[in-house]
Design a protein around this ligand. Sequence first.
Ligand code: ZN
Length: 316
Amino acid sequence: MKVLYILSSPHGGSTLLSLVLGNHPVIANLGEVSFIPKLLAIQGKCTCGDMLAECSEWADVFAELQSMTGVDMRLSPYELYLGDAIQAKGGSQLDKAHQTNWRRQLAKFRSLIDRAALRAPSWGGIGWRTLPSIKKSIENTMQLYRAASTAWDKEIIVDASKFPRKAIHLYQQYPDDVRILHLARDGRGVTTSRMRYMDALKAAERWRHYHQLTRDLLKQWVPEEHRMMMHYEDFVKSPGPAMESLCEWMGVPYQKDMLEFGNEIIVHSAGGNPARFNISGGIKPADEKWRTQLNDDMLQKFDAIAGKLNRDLGYE
Ligand SMILES: [Zn+2]
């Protein structure tokens, strides 16, 4: 089994990409794995429309995981710690009973320590500086991947949880099995698309923070041959060639059927909402709304916050 872990900012296109990947016969798209405990706890849905705890496909995964670990996630969602996956306070689908103030503080504390550890020079490797709780969360996550790979008989597992530090730890603990895909999208496009519900400058700042952290961590901890960068705009413009090179890199034969979707998309992944994507008519090129929706003043402000990184990522 191999794992492809996707890193991309919100509105970066990872849901669409993982949907396409999951359409390949040897690949399973699990969705946002880090949020599976929460989805189970709040009786959230699988993308097939059933409750995740009641989805018949996932039942096989949870049964397999139970035989491996003794834990039935459906009955005890948080018993296997998969790492902190704290959500914004006002966000939808919060598990308020679990995400208490105390847990938020603990997660913040853990994240500060981990970030400092990962950003210090690599001397002596990563093992000694990794918190035991984080090591355990990586082992548990790997068990869940293996359960899915066995239950569904798939060679490759896709996790679109998008946590940069988790990607690093997964790779460092399982360098033979884990590969990282950094999916970038023009920061001006992401900002425009998030403007509907958040302050544009905040969106630009978040975008910059996410991709800067991702770049720095990948450069320090993941050798070039084990990570790949993809531009969302290239993927949606020419999905065939983009998937061909991704498949080649992952060592699986490219299947052009993976780009074919019927009217009814039935997929079983955690989180994300395929109903948002009407791709039965094919994948559409990226819209260029930012060119009209960001005025000169906004563009200047964006440039001051994130212009350099945007250019470094290949956007002029
Ligand atoms: Zn399902």
